[in-house]
Ligand binder design. Structure first.
Ligand SMILES: [Zn+2]
Length: 91
C-alpha cells in the first residue's frame, strides 16, 4: 500500500488532493504559466528556470483557470506542471 503510493508520480498524486489549487487548474495563459513555473523553479532549485515553457504549445482561446481572463491558454503540462499555490491570486 505504502509502496504503491510512493511510486505514484509527484504531479499525479498532487492532483488527487482536492484542497490543492493545482487540482483545479488545467489550462492557463502564458503569463500565469510562466510565472508559476518560475516560482516553482526558484522554490525547488533556488534558481530561474532554464526553460520558461515548452517550445511548442497548442494554444486555444478560452478562460485562464488561474487569472480568469479570456486569453490564449494552454495546458499546465506546457509549463511542467508548476505549483500554482506559489502565486498569490490577484483580485
Ligand atoms: Zn492567466
Amino acid at each position: 500500500m505504502i509502496n504503491h503510493l510512493k511510486n505514484l508520480d509527484n504531479n499525479y498524486s498532487r492532483k488527487l488532493d482536492s484542497n490543492d489549487l493545482n487540482s483545479t487548474i488545467n489550462d492557463v495563459c502564458n503569463k500565469c504559466g510562466i510565472e508559476a513555473n518560475r516560482l516553482t523553479c526558484l522554490k525547488k532549485h533556488g534558481k530561474e528556470p532554464e526553460q520558461a515553457k515548452f517550445i511548442v504549445s497548442t494554444y486555444h482561446k478560452g478562460i485562464c483557470d488561474f487569472c480568469g481572463k479570456k486569453k490564449y491558454i494552454t495546458e499546465v503540462r506546457d509549463f511542467f506542471y508548476p505549483d500554482f499555490n506559489l502565486i498569490k491570486k490577484k483580485k
